[in-house]
Design a protein around this ligand. Structure first.
Ligand code: GLN
Length: 246
């Protein structure tokens, strides 16, 4: 008898407030790629005032948001979800933050005379700059366990500049675009199973390989995932790389 396929349990943090540039598409991508392979998919959400269960998901996800929406979420995240999210990361759950979500996974986000607290899962600090927003198509080179050196392509639009602390490794090297702060050639951050990136797009439909890496890693699968017909996904990836100027 064939082994029973697992279920990917995803928890979206602030799914309505932290969802800019169609970041919700990342969840749909995970759902479809699981479904097409007969892998179960369960999606829960944790909004303002809702408790976060540190054992209930394999992947915790927070999309991007405008400063205004981040302000609404930051205190709730810090006061009511920080410990649970920390416990989830500690037991090995994947945590992925995109743009505004990435910023809130770091230590803090300074905006003028206000400092939004972050949950401190990533050794990174973000400061809102008076300079121009960092906008445009972006491509980065990443090196991840099990897949080697690959390209992620997407779109960025952020006023915040993120600087990594001494304990942090970037998710990737900027090939085209601005990255964390437009200066040091670094994009995103990966601290074990906690990942932040500025790439919207949404990220996963433009980078199907990364969606599969997340599924494999979150479920701790030892066997490769079943192949899918990725003709369209490969075109989307190629197009995003081309748009970035690769
Ligand atoms: N508000 C944040 C910034 O401008 C994040 C923006 C976003 O998520 N696109 O830096």
């Amino acid at each position: 008898m064939a082994a029973e396929l697992p279920t990917l349990r995803v928890c979206a943090l602030y799914p309505t407030l932290m969802n800019i540039y169609a970041d919700r598409g990342n969840l749909l991508m995970l759902e479809r790629r699981c479904e097409w392979r007969g892998i179960g998919f369960e999606l829960t959400g944790a909004g303002i005032g809702q408790a976060l269960d540190p054992d209930a998901a394999d992947l915790y996800y927070m999309g991007g948001g405008q400063d205004r929406d981040q302000m609404l979420c930051a205190t709730d995240l810090y006061e009511h979800k920080r410990l649970a999210l920390g416990a989830a990361a500690e037991r090995g759950a994947l945590v992925l933050g995109v743009c505004g979500g990435y910023q809130l996974l770091g230590h803090s986000y300074e905006l003028g005379n206000q400092t939004l607290p972050g949950v401190g899962l990533l050794d990174a600090n973000t400061v809102r700059s008076d300079g121009p927003r960092l906008i445009g198509n972006v491509a980065i080179e990443v090196d991840l366990p099990g897949v080697g050196t690959r390209t992620l392509a997407g779109f960025e639009n952020h006023g915040g500049r993120t600087h990594l602390g001494p304990d942090a490794e970037p998710l990737g090297r900027v090939l085209k675009g601005h990255g964390n702060n437009g200066r040091d050639g670094r994009e995103g951050v990966r601290c074990g199973n906690v990942i932040g990136t500025y790439l919207h797009g949404p990220l996963l439909p433009k980078n199907a390989w990364f969606a599969d890496w997340l599924i494999t890693t979150a479920l701790e699968l030892s066997e490769p995932l079943a192949q899918l017909d990725d003709t369209l996904e490969q075109l989307a990836h190629a197009d995003a790389c081309k748009a970035a100027g690769l």
